[in-house]
Design a protein around this ligand. Sequence first.
Ligand code: SDX
Length: 425
Amino acid sequence: MARLELDGKTYELPVVVGSEGERAIDISSLRKDSGYITLDESYGNTGSCISNITFIDGEKGILRYRGIPIEELAEKSSFVEAAYLLIWGKLPTTEELSTFSALLTKHEMLHEDMRFHFEGFPPNAHPMAILSSMINATGCFYPQVLGDGHEQFLMQAARLISQVRTIAAFSYRKSLGLPNIYPKPTYKYTANLLHMMFSEPYQDFELLPEIVQALDLIFLLHADHEQNCSTATVRIVASSKANLFASAAAGVCALWGPLHGGANQAVLEMLEQIHQSGDNGSKFIEQAKVKNSGKRLMGFGHRVYKNYDPRARIIKKKCDQLLAALSKKDPLLDIAKRLEEAALSDSYFTERKLYPNVDFYSGIIMRAIGIPINMFTVMFAIGRMPGWIANFKEILESLDGHISRPRQIYNGPQDNHYIPIGKRK
Ligand code: SDX
C-alpha cells in the first residue's frame, strides 16, 4: 500500500506490481475519497492500463512481444507469425498459422467500389491521409462483420491486416498515376505488397528474397510498442465501443505526426538536407542542440528508451546486409552512422540519454527497396496494425469496460458573463 498525506488525512492507495516487477500506485479511488486528482501532462508517469501484450524496459533497452525478446523474433519469426502472437497471445501451430495466412489471402482484395474513393483524392494527397480515410471506409463495405463477437473480431482483424497493404499499394500507384496491380493469392504477405506496389501490368516485380525479408523484418519490428501515442489513441477510441476500423483509422492519424511515426520520413529529409548541404553532420548536430533552432536530431530520443532502442540496433545491421546484398552504397547511411557516432560522444545527447530509435535507420532500408519517402510512415502503420488490433481486443475483453475519460484542472476565467456585441471592446 502507498500512503498519501493530504489536508491532515492519510489515504492508503494499493500498489500494483506487474509480472516484470513494474510498480504503480492505483489511484482509481483517489478523487472519490479525497476530492483530488493527479496531473501528469503527456502521461509520462501515468499507466493507462494493465496489459499482457508487450513489455519494454526503457533503461535496459528491452522489448518483448508476449514475453519473447524482439531479437529472437527478428531472427526466427515472420511478420504474420508475430501478428498472430501479439493478437492471440501465443505462437501459432503450423495449422493455426496456415489458417490465419489463408484468411489474410482470402481478404486481400478491396471491395471494388472502393476504387471510386481513391479517384476522389488529389494526386498529391499524402498516403497517410488516404490510409486513415480508406481504413474507415472499409468498415462501411462490411457491415456484417461489425460488432464485438469473436467471429466478427476475427473477420475485422483479418480484413484490416490484409487490406491495409492493398490500400497502401493502391495509394502509392495513384500518386504516380499508375494502374492498380491486384494482389496474387500465391504470394505471401510482404511479397504481395511489393508486387502490388512495384509490378507492372506487363511484368511482375522481381521479388529478391533479401528485399522481401528486409521489409518483413521492418513490419515485425514495428508490430507493437506498449502504450505509444497511436496505440493509446486506438485504446481510447475502442473504449467508446467504436469498431475496429474506426479505432485503427484514429491510430493512423496519431502515428502521422513527425514526433511519432512520421519521424522515419523526417529522418530521411534530415539526412538528405545534410547531404545536399555538404555538411558532414557536425554542423547539424550543433544546431540540433540549440533549443529554439527548430532542428532536432530526428530518429534520436524516446519517451521510454533511455538506452539504445533494440529495434534500431537490428535495423542498422540489416541496412549493411541489404545494401551489400544489392551491391548498393547509400551516402545517407554513411551520414546517419556519422551522426550517431558524433551524438553518442557528445554530452548533450548522452546526458539526456538520447539514443537512436526505431526510425533512425529504417528509412535507409525502405529507400534501398525503392519505397518513396512519403510512404515510410504508411509502412510503419502496416507494421503497427497487429499491435493496434491486439490492444483493441484487450480493451474489448477487459472487465473494466469503462469509456476512457481523463479529468483536468480548469484554469480559465471565473464567474464570467455574456456581453452584448454592441458593448464589447
Ligand atoms: C516513435 O512511444 C513510442 O513507443 C514511440 C515509438 C513506437 O514504436 O511507437 O517508439 C515510435 O515515435 C519513436 C520516436 C520518433 N520521434 C523522433 O525521432 C523525433 C525526434 N525525437 C524527439 O522529438 C523526442 O526525443 C521524442 C519526442 C521522441 C521524445 O521526447 P521526450 O521524451 O518528451 O523528450 P523531451 O522532448 O522532453 O526532451 C528531453 C530533452 C530536451 O532538452 P532539455 O529541455 O532537457 O534541454 O532532450 C532534448 C529536448 O530538447 N531532445 C532532443 C531530441 N529529443 C529530445 N534534442 C535534440 N534532438 C532530439 N531528437
